[in-house]
Design a protein. Sequence first.
Length: 340
Amino acid sequence: MRNPGLVEVSRGALTESRHRGAVAVVDAEGAVVLTLGDSAAPVLPRSAVKPLQALPLIESGAADRYGFGDEELALACASHGGEPGHVAVASRMLARAGRDAAALECGAHWPSHQVSSQALARSGELPSGLHNNCSGKHAGFVCVACASGIEHKGYVAAGHPVQREVRAAIEMLTGVGVSEDQCGIDGCSIPTWGVPLSALAHGFARFGTGHGLGPERAKAAARLRAACAAQPWFVAGTGRFCSEIMKLLGARVLVKTGAEGVFCAALPEQGLGIALKCDDGAGRAAEVMMAALIARYLPLTDGERTELDRYIRPVLRNWNGIAVGELRPAPLLLSSRPSA
């Protein structure tokens, strides 16, 4: 199946680029609300499933043992920009377990937040694993191991007890048994398992509602959602899509980006989960797709709709700040939008 064009990029009067993709919107019962393109093909969700991967942090008792609040739990779900506040919380998480940055196995890279990267370079320091966009998730993995009395070294391996718990959580939420032949290694070195978009959407609907989950898992999911809603900056960072959308819409949306044009979201009040993939991996198009779908299914005030429209039809500007084009979602993504 060839996926449909879902986002167009214009410059002047011409369409300059088109982005194809697939979408699934599923309710907590597993009923398909919307499907566009091939939503049955497995995709590697990468960081889009970090909220699901954070469940063992609470379920193991580690979050309570180490006194984690909303900042730590939000960072455990994060793909952050490596800003000083992100680094400080990741360091604090490790310190609570008696560990430091040396325990992280995610690798080091410069902060994606440009100002923070420039400041770090000016200081003469090099980035550590704490600056990795996945350091909060990895600090959480280390804490799960330590609280459970498990050796934390090698926690990134698929066979490590922590990763077995993470895999089991993903399988339970999505209802899909993941397989070794559809497994890749993520940028931060943990396994990333191929899952169909329809199953990812179902998993996020369940994560958002607790439907079909045991009482303890439902409480853990609700706690992670509340933390992300209370501290959205820690989920991504300054000016980043996930943080800005959750700051705007609060607990009504949990949204999480992954690499290569994947996004997942939960709309708890509507009982819906959303999963999408932009075929060419373009984050700019995936953001337009997700913003359009949120606007399609979530009741919005006039002010919220105006704010969200900036992400649905973002303006392209050149280096002189002149508006030269825009991105726009295809009609397939749009419908009449409900009012709050």
